[in-house]
Design a protein around this ligand. Sequence first.
Ligand code: AMP
Ligand code: MG
Length: 335
Amino acid sequence: MRTKIVKITEGNRKEVLKKAAIIIKNGGLVVFPTETVYGLGANVFDDKALSKIFLAKGRPGDNPLIVHISDKTELKELTNSVTENQQKLIDAFWPGPLTIIFEKKDTISNIVSGGLSTIAVRMPSNYIAHKLIHLAGVPIAAPSANISGRPSGTKGEDIYNELVGKVNMIINDGDSKIGVESTVIKINDKQILILRPGAVTKEMLEKVLFPLPVFFAKDKNDLQSSPGTKYKHYAPKFKLEVISKEEIKNKAEVLKNKGLIIGVITTNQNKDSFKEYEPNFFILGDENNLEEISKNLYNALRFFDTHKVDLILCQSFPEVGLGVAIMDRLERASA
Ligand code: AMP
Ligand code: MG
């Protein structure tokens, strides 16, 4: 398949969006930016197009897709039931990086839901994503734009390497703003369960639905309800270990003295202690700025695709706020 690659400019935006929407309508695949990570999208009502997503990514069929809408009214096309609590979260966080699980309409294909009776829906805030869905006139099912098991694409160039020849179009609009995938939640009248942590944090959810308790599915052993979480994810090409910034210096030195080639992922605060590991050395940003860290996280993992090392040591982060999502991805990447 020939892949049309376009970099968005002031001048071509309208034209590109028009062409991309036609591809979606005609059953093709388009890679497009969202505020979290890039998505690999197809028309949610076209089974053949949906199957192509799984083929392009090498994605297991029981790993369901998130459906993206451009307007809250489109939710009616996907589910018949929106509870009061779900509506409160929609009002608080859409458009934005929160994916909510609903009971799906019978007419929605099992290919989207991975055989579940539920459907995951999100309304992205990114302008290109919003316009594309609107112009296509249908909700767009889109997992992250990457080969299954690899870190999600957060810049156009990463995606060229993995998906050229497998999709009809790649829209490159620079770096993803957030850099980790959306928060995925399931809610009933007793609790909110975070199936995947993201930029909408536990603390933010608690505020909106107080006193409803919020749990991480990890703690509740309820991850079978989010099938994607059982698969290998975000893996860099070399082994990764996540340890505290205090341990990282010692461990790196010991292993280096044993003749191993060590890669280091750390923060501005630690930068000067690791000069000797150049060029196998990546700075995520300021350790107190978790937005900056999450934005650069997958760049760090992909950086080591082209730097041959025996082991990558990455600094850990406190598991509060966005730190939970960062540590979740790092733990999976190192599993
Ligand atoms: P990605 O494909 O990288 O965008 O990830 C999508 C995530 O959403 C995966 O972890 C899926 O398991 C999860 N997901 C999608 N649909 C559902 C659903 N109906 N119920 C639970 N989790 C879902
Ligand atoms: Mg993914």
